[in-house]
Design a protein around this ligand. Sequence first.
Ligand SMILES: CC(C)(COP(=O)(O)OP(=O)(O)OC[C@H]1O[C@@H](n2cnc3c(N)ncnc32)[C@H](O)[C@@H]1OP(=O)(O)O)[C@@H](O)C(=O)NCCC(=O)NCCS
Length: 166
Amino acid sequence: MTPVIRAATGADLAAVAGIYGHYVTGSTATFELTAPDTAAWANKLAGLQAAGWPFLVAEVNGEVLGFAYVGPWRPRPAYAATVEDTIYLDPAATGRGIGSRLLTELLDHAQEAGAREVIAVIADAESTASLALHRRAGFSEAGRLERVGRKFDRWLGTTLLQKSLN
Ligand SMILES: CC(C)(COP(=O)(O)OP(=O)(O)OC[C@H]1O[C@@H](n2cnc3c(N)ncnc32)[C@H](O)[C@@H]1OP(=O)(O)O)[C@@H](O)C(=O)NCCC(=O)NCCS
């Protein structure tokens, strides 16, 4: 299954909201507690586009099965060339290489847009695929934060991974 990887448009955002909403309500992959609606995603897309950062979708047979973007790691201006990546696939589309293709393209676009360092923040639980995905893409472990999130009545830590693009 070879996905088409392309820039996201407003027409993709209902699918994006649906994919992300699944992980918000059913997993600890994200620390978000309430699923953003399509309007919130439109704001996110507009902000990233205005800043020049990539927001990509993976499409198979005309269906959006995943999305990925990079955005600012921290708001202060000296961090301007450091970004955090976000990547989510439809649960029915995982484990088939789509995430790897999407992340590879995302990193290429991020580099073209001026990113030098990329940080992945991976929550403790349910993280095997994301850790494998990022390690395979050349990320290495940069540190851990313990008990920084609470979801489903559990304290959760994060692992930080980092990749240099230059
Ligand atoms: C993380 C995610 C984007 C990876 O995309 P994917 O298409 O499933 O991954 P791929 O098929 O490209 O495989 C990438 C690596 O992950 C491994 N992997 C994939 N699914 C896995 C699973 N369920 N369990 C363990 N490893 C898994 C693959 O074996 C591969 O590793 P390898 O190269 O060492 O063999 C996707 O699984 C996903 O959306 N997961 C839920 C949301 C999430 O965790 N997002 C990341 C938040 S930081």
